[in-house]
Design a protein around this ligand. Structure first.
Ligand SMILES: NC(=O)c1ccc[n+]([C@@H]2O[C@H](COP(=O)([O-])OP(=O)(O)OC[C@H]3O[C@@H](n4cnc5c(N)ncnc54)[C@H](OP(=O)(O)O)[C@@H]3O)[C@@H](O)[C@H]2O)c1
Length: 336
């Protein structure tokens, strides 16, 4: 099969189109013929070598954390899916590699693709929609009447988070540039703050939850807009002690991570609010909930650009620029 292989870590390193053996699905795995694959900042960060400690992939390997396609083989013991099923997934860490013609994925990471959207639209959803779900629903318990601030509402995560927060009944404020303002309004954002010309911290207060995904300074100001008992969840760090514990890190690494988040945790504590870091995880059951939301029209995919499979490196370079409005996807243009 054709696959884009990262042969060495390096900032902006190009991946090489190579011929690899087609994966054989192991017990509990399904082999998916990839119709479309989402591209995420996580792919760039792994390529650049920034995640070597956390996710120690050994080059050469195939990147790609989102897939939509058709099941073409099933491994022993698979019972939730059959050959021919249209599915999508965020393959779990250690099983990534959707920038290829085929990928074997544990069936517990997979869900039925929403019927009312294309493969390209489906490939745009898993990582970002699961991230938003885990922040807002699983950890944030967002409920009707809550006030939620979502940073970078026009980005891949933001477009999902705004819609899921609205679905939960929240009042949503978001930061975006002028080029993304109409988009975030169309997704339901109640208050749109231009991050280049306005200071959200002097406009907002009393927020139940902030989804942060930018720099440390933005995170610090985010804590100031929380109501007592509120929660700031960051996707971009710093990692916190719970994360270090969940990874099973040794005492030295746990100590380092504790130190990294000490300042923001102290600030949060002093204000009577909570700070948490979240690193999203694959979850086929939660993705099944996303399928329902898409099929009932509660949320919709937002595509910025679709690149042909041959242009995977260009797609990653486009994501690197950090200006995407919604998601970037590559398509393998398969029939049927
Ligand atoms: N921890 C996790 O599990 C996890 C999961 C998903 C994502 N992430 C991380 O979260 C971050 C966002 O991911 P993403 O996929 O949403 O990225 P993305 O799609 O590349 O985000 C691009 C968008 O962010 C907007 N933006 C850039 N700087 C901004 C700022 N200071 N304030 C408000 N908006 C800003 C841009 O708008 P303009 O063009 O108008 O500037 C653009 O629309 C990345 O660092 C990613 O690695 C972490």
């Amino acid at each position: 099969m054709k696959a884009f292989v990262l042969e060495r870590y390096g900032k902006g390193e190009a991946m090489r189109l190579a011929d690899l053996p087609e994966p054989i699905p192991g017990p509990g795995e399904v082999l998916i013929e990839v119709h479309a694959a989402g591209v995420n900042p996580l792919d760039s960060k792994i390529r650049d070598g920034a995640f070597k400690m956390l996710l120690p992939y050994k080059p050469p390997f195939v990147l790609g954390h989102d897939v939509a396609g058709r099941v073409v083989r099933i491994g022993q013991g698979v019972h939730r899916f059959a050959v021919g099923d249209e599915v999508y997934a965020r393959p779990r860490d250690g099983h990534i590699g959707s920038l290829a013609e085929f990928i074997a994925v544990p069936e517990t990471d997979v869900a039925r693709k929403p019927r009312n959207i294309t493969m390209e639209e489906a490939a745009s959803l898993p990582l970002t929609a699961l991230t938003a779900w885990q922040v807002l629903v699983e950890r944030g318990h967002v409920a009707p009447g809550h006030k939620v601030l979502i940073h970078a509402g026009s980005g891949g995560v933001g477009v999902m988070a705004i819609q899921i927060a609205k679905h939960c009944g929240a009042t949503v404020a978001t930061t975006a540039g002028s080029a993304g303002a109409d988009l975030v309004r169309s997704l339901g954002a109640d208050t749109v703050i231009d991050y280049r010309s306005q200071n959200f911290a002097s406009i907002l207060s009393d927020q139940h939850l902030v989804l942060a995904s930018q720099d440390a300074e933005t995170l610090s100001r985010s804590v100031d807009v929380l109501r007592p008992g509120g929660l700031a969840i960051s996707l971009s760090g710093p990692p916190d002690p719970d994360f270090a514990r969940a990874l099973g890190l040794n005492w030295l690494m746990r100590g380092v991570i504790n130190l990294l988040s000490l300042r923001i945790r102290r600030k949060a504590k002093a204000r009577g609010v909570d700070y948490q870091f979240l690193f999203m995880r694959a979850d086929g059951e939660q993705l099944g909930e996303i399928t329902k939301l898409v099929e009932t029209g509660a949320i919709r995919p937002v595509l910025d650009r679709v690149f042909p499979f041959a242009e995977v490196n260009e797609a990653l370079a486009y994501v690197d620029r950090g200006r995407a409005k919604g998601k970037v996807v590559v398509t393998l243009a398969r029939k049927g």
